[in-house]
Design a protein around this ligand. Structure first.
Ligand code: FNR
Length: 385
């Protein structure tokens, strides 16, 4: 029987740090430049204090939510993360299967390491497709059409990647695709025998979606790869064209500026992911939790509002729900778990988050997810120095 060695996402992060070669852990864990936004995401969540409300009858509690007309077991989504197979062989499939077992959606990344067909047939959960708009628009359109054919239920189009954030850990580690192994890095593998054996058996991770259409062959840094393929000229016109092509729910990922809500409504998108890309893009960007209330006010119930960046615990999720988010996406939380034991540990980590959310609900007097409200949050003034 599966034995869990971690009791929180923080502990999964520690186990992942031990399991992965430095270069891989840093790629997952790191942020852009001084990692101020990465740290700020945590600080902003911590600053939101929760009102515990007892006694309210919370004898029966539920985490169930409806998103785009469909019921899910909890207001959590596994968000899109590229290069999952560097954590565990067929990582995208493992994530999709774990999400399906937990009754929540999985968003496949365009920088995925399995094919869209592989993910579509992995388990029986809801799959959504994340999209990058490439210079080669025809290739992006093919990903959309394929998502349609394969039964993906929503598209999340990412808009905060006009260029790649400058990730100093990756630069220092010489992180590139395919991996370039120096003698020092090879020596480092000796202390990660489990990972090394799994990779030796499964083969080096490949960008199977992007690789097909873009002919990626030469070794490149992630930044160079993104620069060569991603289009800095994307605009709301591209989103409008995508809206014409894709009839199912369309979600725009990577907004921080609430003034864009009217644009989103006018091109007819269905939802947003308020996100600073987990602190990996614009360093100094606001924490997504801090702009959430403005999005809620601007959207006035006309958009499904998802949020990510920094969520690690059930009470983090409770904070976003109280401030008006419909659901939370996670990136690193499930990647850390993936690196430890594949599908089983991801499933276990999702159970931890659900149990933590349940405890937060019970102590906050929230029987059902709809009962969360902004009055449950206090943000104390900063203590003067
Ligand atoms: C990402 N993210 C991301 N987003 C996206 O739209 N397409 C992608 O391919 C990726 N790839 C990716 C790889 C890795 C290693 C990470 C950590 C993140 C961003 C991701 O969807 C999400 O916005 C953040 O991860 C959210 O922050 P947390 O949950 O990691 O703190």
């Amino acid at each position: 029987k599966f034995q869990a060695n971690a009791h929180s996402i923080a502990e999964y992060r520690e186990l992942a740090r031990r399991a992965l070669p430095r270069m891989i852990f840093d790629f997952y864990d790191g942020g852009a430049d001084g990692e101020n936004t990465l740290a700020g995401n945590r600080a902003a969540l911590d600053a939101k204090r929760l009102l515990g409300s007892a006694p309210i009858d919370v004898g029966r509690r539920s985490q169930e939510v409806k998103l785009f007309g469909k019921s899910y077991a909890m207001p959590l989504i596994i968000g899109p993360t590229g290069l999952a197979a560097a954590a565990w062989p067929d990582g995208d499939i493992a994530l999709a299967r774990a999400a399906g077992r937990a009754g929540i959606p999985f968003v496949m990344s365009t920088a995925g390491t399995c094919t869209q067909d592989d993910v579509a047939s992995a388990g029986d959960g809801s799959k959504w497709m994340q999209l990058y708009i490439f210079k080669d628009r025809a290739f992006s359109a093919r990903i959309v059409d394929k998502a349609e054919t394969l039964g993906f239920e929503a598209i999340e189009v990412t808009v905060d990647n006009a260029v790649a954030g400058k990730r100093l850990r990756d630069e220092r580690n010489g992180f590139s695709l395919p991996f370039r192994w120096t003698p020092a890095k090879l020596a480092g593998l000796l202390v990660h025998p489990g990972w090394s054996m799994r990779m030796a058996r499964a083969g080096a991770p490949q960008l199977k979606v992007m690789g097909e259409g873009l002919g990626l062959e030469k070794t490149d840094t992630i930044a160079a790869l993104m620069q060569s393929q991603f289009d800095a000229s994307i605009s709301w016109d591209d989103i409008a064209r995508l809206r014409d092509r894709w009839k199912k729910p369309l979600i725009v990922k990577g907004l921080l500026d609430p003034s864009h809500v009217s644009k989103a409504l006018s091109v007819g998108v269905d939802g947003l992911v308020i996100s600073n890309h987990g602190g990996r893009q614009l360093d100094g960007a606001v924490a997504s939790i801090d702009v959430l209330p403005d999005f809620v006010a601007a959207a006035g119930g006309r958009l499904t509002l998802l949020i990510d960046s920094g969520f690690r615990t059930g009470s983090d999720i409770a904070r976003a729900l109280a401030l008006g988010a419909d659901a939370v996406q996670v990136g690193r939380a499930t990647l850390y778990a993936l690196a430890v034991g594949g599908e089983e540990t991801v499933f276990h980590a999702l159970g931890l988050l659900k149990a933590e959310l349940d405890v937060a609900q019970a102590l906050m007097g929230v029987a059902r997810i709809e009962d969360f409200h902004p009055g449950m949050i206090r943000q104390p003034a900063p203590v003067p120095l």
